[in-house]
Ligand binder design. Structure first.
Ligand code: MOS
Length: 725
């Protein structure tokens, strides 16, 4: 199905199943511990051997020698795979560094060997006996030191440029009556998902099967085939349950490749879970940024000039953290400049983490907006409303498909009691606590991606949906079941959803908050095709209706299950609607904090998000996405930071004891409101992404609330108590 005109009325609009708060259909499996995650897939035969990964002990240089004698002789050891004996390996198209390093070392904890043994304990013990001699080379590990002279990034990774210029920023800024020029920093962050990267791999002849934890099945198949030099048809990837990804499982990682290589060497299935202390330096992370923002405005509070420059670093061949993306779209202003500069850093590979680009960029932009509002003597909500735009400010002939940003801000202010905020900071006390309110915009783009599905009527009266879409904890199983139930006119319980298997049609996968809208649109397309097949076969005519498990039309009625055996495969493809209209999601974040006047400890007291994201397919799972994202935003504001050892080039706090994320006790009551809307330009679902919108802006809202409470403006995240005293 090609979608190139705005959607008209369709079966989704019935809203009998879609749009209702529906508990997860896979909830029981997960809460009873019976959903088979990759490492827990126990019915593989023969029993899998266990791999333990050895990571590089230097950040850059060479392996001068590797002595495996003691490790090979250790009890239970079956095989040891290194670059020396692994055979020829290519690099995955989406990997910057090689997943099995050596002799060259590209980053700290890059995998150099995998030890395969009968048990985990034996593999771990033998791995400690692998004796590696290194020739270390000097590396570049400090973003601030590499910032001068960092070249312009070639692209924004989304088809846009590294640098954009409209009007004459310098001239307009120079004569702006009110100016702000401020620099903000955000640290490296880790995904810290609950389930580690894990895989069980086995070979049957030349066919490789991996049961893994991956967000993008299609990409995993392609890159596994490419890396191993085998045919895609010989690769089978299964990933039906995923315990969190946040972008860290978008691409092929070392666990998959090394399990495959280990299984080949051991001639037996092999399972590997990357050990937690290895994950932070072995896999990807959200890169640190330095961001300079300049805003010029008239005394009327209208922005005349805006410049946002961001610096980040990555390994050679990597890309920038696209922190200026939202600044190209969020506020009006005639004279504009954005630039992303990319330094070379020999730290572990930087890549996508939940809302890459906007999550980091909004941390800076939305504090700058707060600072500018204060300079103008304007309320921060009013300042944002005054600079709303209904068109892409860089391409004024291109409207937003829908943009109810102002409504989000107004509703948020009203519900949160924003009028009680003191414009002057450090005015409100509650015992030893200084209390403040802060807000920020939320903004994240909506991405159109093609997505396929297969729908079949089985012999037991069920509608079976198969697509390689993944559920990374987001609720894909449930919204896909709702979509199929709605279109086929059956109860939710009559739909069986099967996901995360490369034998199913290729979906959009999970990433960039594109999963929900696009995968359901693909299922919608397949269901519409199945309806046409049923109507034709039963002679119900072109306007057959599907409801209550029955088909009606042409004066006839029949139960849907009388058509068992019919199968339809189709998908959604997009024309240029997403080029003619800018598709984005919007919101407002409101936060109340209390800061201990003596210790500087920050407690978040209340949070509210008002979101505008098209049709909300399931208010329970959508809310769950947003509160999770708000929680992650609090982490970004107050605690999350990978500390870089700038001499040795690694992240020091590489486990969950040292890398702090919010716990339940850190998170207060969270309220989420979705505007009641549909966006007919996004897809036949009229939905947009929502999973990443929730994090964008949260950290800035917390920072702004801290400023309102204390009068201390912190421009370097995380806002730990030492920065407030
Ligand atoms: Mo997301 S960071 O694209 O999984």
């Amino acid at each position: 199905m090609r979608f190139d005109q705005p959607a008209t009325t369709n079966p989704i609009d019935q809203g009998k199943v879609v749009g209702w708060p529906t508990p997860r259909i896979d909830g029981k499996l997960k809460t009873t511990g019976t959903a088979p995650y990759a490492y827990e897939h126990h019915d593989v035969s023969p029993r899998p051997a266990v791999g333990f990964v050895v990571g590089a002990g230097i950040a850059k240089g060479r392996v001068a020698g590797m002595d495996l004698k003691a490790a090979r002789a250790a009890p239970g050891v079956i095989a040891i795979v290194t670059a020396q004996n692994a055979g020829k390996l290519a690099k995955g198209s989406k990997n910057t560094a090689r997943l099995l390093g050596g002799p060259e070392v590209e980053h700290y904890h890059q995998a150099l060997a995998v030890v395969v043994a009968e048990t985990f304990e034996q593999a771990r013990a033998a791995a400690a006996l692998v004796d590696i001699r290194y020739e270390a080379a000097p590396g570049r590990f400090d973003l601030a030191a590499q910032k001068p002279g960092a070249p312009m990034a070639k692209s924004d990774g989304m088809g846009g440029k590294g640098e954009t210029r409209h009007g004459d920023f310098e001239a307009a800024f120079a004569k702006a009556p009110v100016q702000l020029d401020a620099t903000y920093t955000t640290p490296d962050q880790g995904h810290a998902m609950m389930e580690p990267h894990a895989t069980i791999a086995w070979w049957e002849g030349r066919k490789l099967t991996v049961w893994t934890s991956n967000q993008m099945i299609g990409w995993a198949v392609g890159d596994l085939a490419r890396t191993l030099g085998i045919a895609k048809e010989d690769v089978h990837v299964k990933s039906p349950y995923i315990g969190g990804g946040f972008g860290g499982k978008l691409f092929l990682r070392a666990d998959v490749l090394l399990a495959a290589l280990g299984a080949r060497a051991a001639k037996r299935p092999v399972k590997i879970a990357l050990q937690r202390p290895l994950i932070f330096n072995n896999t990807t992370h959200r890169p640190a940024t330095i961001q300079r923002i300049r805003l010029g405005a008239g005394r009327d509070g209208r922005i005349t000039s805006v410049a946002h420059e961001s610096w980040s670093g990555d390994l050679p061949g990597g890309g920038p953290e696209t922190a200026v993306n939202q600044t190209r779209l969020l506020y009006a202003g005639e004279h504009r400049y954005t630039a992303m500069r990319l330094a070379t850093l020999d730290l572990p590979e930087g890549n996508a983490m939940r809302a890459p680009g906007e999550a980091s960029g909004m941390m800076a932009l939305e504090v700058a907006m707060d600072e500018m509002a204060e300079k103008l003597g304007l309320d921060p909500v009013e300042f944002r409303i005054r600079n709303d735009t209904q068109v892409d400010p860089e391409k004024p002939l291109r409207p937003f498909s829908q943009r109810r940003f102002v409504e989000c801000l107004k509703q948020g202010a009203e519900r949160f009691g924003w009028n009680k905020r003191s414009a002057k900071p450090a005015q409100v006390r509650d015992g030893r606590w200084l209390v403040g309110l802060g807000m920020a915009a939320a903004f994240r783009n909506n991405i159109a991606m093609k997505s396929k599905a297969r729908v079949r009527l089985d012999g037991e009266g069920r509608v079976v949906v198969e697509t390689d879409m993944t559920d990374i904890g987001t609720g894909s199983y449930t919204i896909i079941a709702q979509t199929a139930a709605e279109v086929m006119g059956v109860a939710l319980e009559r739909v069986l959803v099967r996901l995360g298997d490369s034998e199913f049609p290729v979906s959009c996968g999970s990433g960039g908050q594109w999963g929900g809208n696009n995968s359901c649109a693909g299922v919608y397309a397949a269901c519409m095709k199945l309806r046409a097949m049923v109507a034709e076969k039963g002679g119900f005519g072109g306007d057959a209706t599907f409801a209550n498990g029955e088909v009606r039309g042409g004066g006839k009625t029949a139960p849907l299950e009388s058509f068992s055996g019919l199968v339809a495969e189709d998908g959604i493809e997009y024309g240029d609607l997403d080029k003619r209209y800018q598709q984005s999601t919007f919101g407002g974040h409101f936060v109340e904090v209390a800061v201990d006047a003596f210790t500087g400890e920050v407690r978040v007291r209340r949070m509210l998000a008002v979101c505008s994201a098209g049709r909300i397919l399931n208010p329970i799972s959508a809310r769950s996405q947003v509160i999770g994202a708000m929680t992650m935003g609090v982490g970004a504001a107050l605690m999350e930071e990978l500390h870089v050892d700038t001499r040795r080039g690694f992240f020091v706090n590489h486990d969950l004891a040292g890398y702090e994320v919010p716990s339940h006790a850190d998170i207060p009551h969270q309220e989420v409101v979705f505007l009641d809307e549909v966006d007919p330009i996004s897809s036949p679902m009229k939905a947009k992404g929502v999973g990443e919108l929730g994090i964008c802006g949260v950290a800035a809202a917390v920072a702004n609330a801290i400023y309102n409470a204390t009068g201390v403006r912190v421009r370097d995240y995380p806002i730990t108590l030492d920065k407030l005293l």
